[in-house]
Ligand binder design. Sequence first.
Ligand code: AMP
Length: 384
Amino acid sequence: MNMRVIEPKSSIAVIGGGQLGRMFIQAAHRLGYDAGTLSPTADAPATHVASWVVVGPSDRQSSLAEIARKAKAVSVEFENVSAAGLRWLARRGVVVRPGWRTLWISQNRLREKTFLAEHGVPTAPWRQVHNQAELDLAVRELGLPLILKTADSGYDGKGQVRIDAGNQAKAAWESLQQAPCVAEGFVEFAAEISVVTARGADGKSVAYPPALNRHRNHILDSTMMPAPVGPIVCQEAQQLALGIAQSLENVGVLTVEFFLTSSGDLIVNELAPRPHNSGHLTIESAVTDQFEQQVRALCGLPLGGSTLVQPAAMVNLLGDLWSNGEPRWADALALDPGVRLHLYGKQTAVPGRKMGHLTVLDPIAETALDRATAARAVLLGRKS
Ligand code: AMP
């Protein structure tokens, strides 16, 4: 394992220009790094705060060559980065974390599910679907309802359809362009939780307390940390997540999303080899936030503590909030001085697009969520 320390003041980079890249760069700057981005567009959120910007796709060799010239170490802010590109960077002596293998596994649901099965990690029952016969078999063996998900490039519920009746299966798969898919048995979950972990170059790792996540239209709507799940489930979720990070031999931040059933069983839904929307509240609530952990792991520094200084909640601000023009930020902040506003600097508000978030700390996590929700309601022009 590469134990080289990339000292503060060095130049490092993140591949991707979105809000996760932006918050990575902000954390890197706090630690004294010179941090840049390889961004697909010149005005993406990360470009506004980066020390330097290379504009181009993550799989173009000339862009990667420029990154290799400028940065000693490179991380990513989304999983669909070219694994071959990362391997190319690593071969040129750039420290790349997460490594290409972690990315390669987690960017394809079939590879990810196979990896989890090989390591005895509980998931929903699943079957691969490459042709009509496999789809028919999946329906017979898994039963209904089931969820059909494209193996590649799905996020926020995109690239997936629910099948409730056998005669819907063919049309459902056609709606996904008959792409290679995973068919998953439907999990009657009681809650969705996630655990953000970080693993250092020395193999030491930390896990934040599980977060309770609520979704709306398949997009994360709110997070509360710690999740009110009790100490046994909490420990089990953290151990499962840390075990996965170790099995992947991943260095960096890795988030594990779980379904929690009413009988207390944990089922892994998916992995994200990066900071996660459910970990944004660690910026204010944890001893060390998830983005700083990403920088520390990347640069071979010791990881920071992952304990919470206070419970917290986060609510996402989606583009829908802009339907009547720019939201009245001052009104929401006036409601509660404990509300922290994060805007990602995106120019165009589109319904469903993540534009920012609000975080509130409170001794009681549920109260933090109520306060954050109340502040967002002001932005919506509603009372609650
Ligand atoms: P994903 O993109 O796989 O994270 O799925 C998005 C959301 O769809 C999840 O957060 C769940 O709310 C729901 N979902 C996904 N897979 C299943 C499943 N097998 N059973 C029930 N709900 C699911």
